[in-house]
Design a protein around this ligand. Sequence first.
Ligand SMILES: NC(=O)c1ccc[n+]([C@@H]2O[C@H](COP(=O)([O-])OP(=O)(O)OC[C@H]3O[C@@H](n4cnc5c(N)ncnc54)[C@H](OP(=O)(O)O)[C@@H]3O)[C@@H](O)[C@H]2O)c1
Length: 334
Amino acid sequence: MELNARIYVAGHRGLAGSALARRLASGGFLNLLTRTHAELELTDQAAVRKFFEREKPAYVFIAAAKVGGILANNSYPAEFIQSNLAVQTNVMHEAWRNGVRRLLFLGSSCIYPRDCPQPIKEEYLLTGPLEFTNRAYAVAKIAGVEMCSSYNRQYGTSYLAAMPTNLYGPNDNYDLEGAHVLPALIRKMHEAKAGGLDRVVIWGTGSPRREFLYSDDMADACVMMMSLPDDAFGEILRGPNGLPLINVGCGEDQTIADLARAVASVVGFRGALEFDTSKPDGTPRKLLDVSRLRKLGWSPRIDLETGIAAAYKGFLAREGGFSGHRGALSGAKT
Ligand SMILES: NC(=O)c1ccc[n+]([C@@H]2O[C@H](COP(=O)([O-])OP(=O)(O)OC[C@H]3O[C@@H](n4cnc5c(N)ncnc54)[C@H](OP(=O)(O)O)[C@@H]3O)[C@@H](O)[C@H]2O)c1
């Protein structure tokens, strides 16, 4: 990517998109194109067409998506599949019509079968049943991977599908009904400390293992890949089973219990952590195999403790503290 190239970041105010926008700006990319959801409805095909024809971006990052936790995914599957299919279809199709040079589509590790061997390699895609609660979302994202592959094959585009592990960082969602596990823990511990509570209840046994990547590290990996010379970029596009698919993670995981202890330590909550073992654990382990990313010479810079401290600072600055919601992590996705 040339520093003066026109680069469109779809979803630039979200967790992933804002990290991409920060990384591009700090890397000296001066020609960023952004539109808020209110300014450009990406499910509106005519509006997306008009935007691409007027702005002619050379590079595109798709970080716009309808995203949520278990509760939202399970309650509104029609909205999750319709909205995500529409957003990615409109953007990828107009990117092709308008000669975009490279596009990076963000998916998520939930595209892989629920009971995959660990760590999860890219080639495990479509080898087994998906987790039911977010199947609609996962199928939309799998369709996005297949669209990248199909447009590359038929039209000669350079579309890459990057699958990050669990992300956290600035502009995360701290609403307990929609939050992922780490921001939900930050909020719950903060509220418990502020309210002088002596315990926090966490869903499940605490034993499932999960991997977390700070959003700025994810953005750094994505910008690195989009900036590779043609031969190296082409190599990633010819991924396992011919799919232009690459995992983005740190390659390390820990138990939810260890994660909760780390959050408690950063937030300064000194009460008890109570595990509600009557609630489901979800899949026992979810760790991405990141050897293909590592081979490109990339590794994350922000360790979990530093990342949680930065995220908590952002939470405090943004919220000034929430109130209410004293229950268990009912909506949290792990
Ligand atoms: N969060 C994670 O842990 C995680 C992990 C792995 C992968 N990812 C992937 O990263 C991508 C972004 O996720 P995120 O966590 O950054 O989500 P997010 O914080 O909710 O950000 C999504 C952004 O997209 C915008 N958007 C959604 N629908 C839109 C539409 N129809 N038209 C225009 N803009 C729209 C949203 O705007 P509004 O808020 O105004 O609707 C928001 O700014 C997703 O593909 C997700 O699968 C996320």
